[in-house]
Design a binder for this molecule. Structure first.
Ligand code: HEC
Length: 204
């Protein structure tokens, strides 16, 4: 046997063993040593399952689970909870040193379409009468809101205003509140806006 033949036959044997090692039928693993590695017991999200009593494979987090970074809110969504929130008990220490302008972008994304870019209650949805009864943040219309009560309203919503808790994380909520109170403090003379957007004599 010369060298050429050795090379050719080694290549053929090698190729054959490579091809024969392939298992084209994906449903059977062939010879398995650790069965669980091949047929893993995991389920697709919407696959039915008899493992749980409700027949679903998707599970909700166990009640009381706290997501990483989540800050629990102690006051309930009741009138009493709202009144208690005015006491500012939940305001974090870092609020005092926050920069009011940090919340501007977030405010314009989440609040200004109702409350207006200047916080005068005259956002685009109010101008187009898509929503009614949005207050400006001035002391005439909202004499006793506090950062704490604003947090409460962001968490749970209030009448026509929906809850924003799921859209904003803990820090983002406080950033917005700082910005809102910055606008509120800068508001000197306020007249209640009318539905006619040309007649919004609001000086801020
Ligand atoms: C869909 C329109 C809408 C959006 C968006 C919205 N609000 Fe409101 N907001 C309202 C309405 C309507 C009220 C009046 C609720 C009431 O007292 O009936 C209100 C009330 C408030 C009040 C006064 C609550 C009180 O104690 O009387 C605050 C503060 C406030 N909103 C802050 C915010 C902030 C901050 C955001 C953004 C995160 C926001 N709102 C987004 C419609 C909206």
């Amino acid at each position: 046997m010369n060298a050429h033949r050795i090379i050719v036959s080694t290549a053929i044997i090698g190729l054959l063993s490579l091809v024969s090692a392939c298992n084209w039928d994906k449903s059977t693993p062939g010879y398995v040593y650790m069965d669980d590695m091949f047929s893993s017991p995991s389920l697709e999200a919407y696959e039915p399952s008899d493992r749980f009593a409700d027949g679903l494979s998707s599970r909700k987090p166990v009640a009381g689970t706290v997501a990483r970074g989540e800050v629990l809110y102690g006051l309930p969504n009741t009138n009493e909870g709202y009144e208690a929130s005015k006491g500012n008990t939940e305001v974090p220490a870092f609020y005092a040193s926050m920069n009011a302008d940090d919340g501007k972008v977030l405010y314009n994304q989440f609040c200004s379409h109702c409350h207006g870019e200047k916080g005068d209650g005259n956002g685009i949805l109010m101008q187009r009468e898509k929503i009614l009864g949005v207050p400006g943040y001035d002391k005439t219309r909202l004499p006793d809101i506090t950062p704490g009560s604003t947090y409460h309203v962001i968490m749970y919503g209030k009448n026509n205003m929906g809850a924003h808790a799921s859209q904003l994380n803990y820090e983002e909520r406080w950033k917005i509140i700082k910005y809102v109170f910055g606008m509120r403090d800068g508001q000197q003379e306020v007249s209640v806006p009318t539905m006619d957007s040309s007649a919004t004599a609001v000086k801020q």
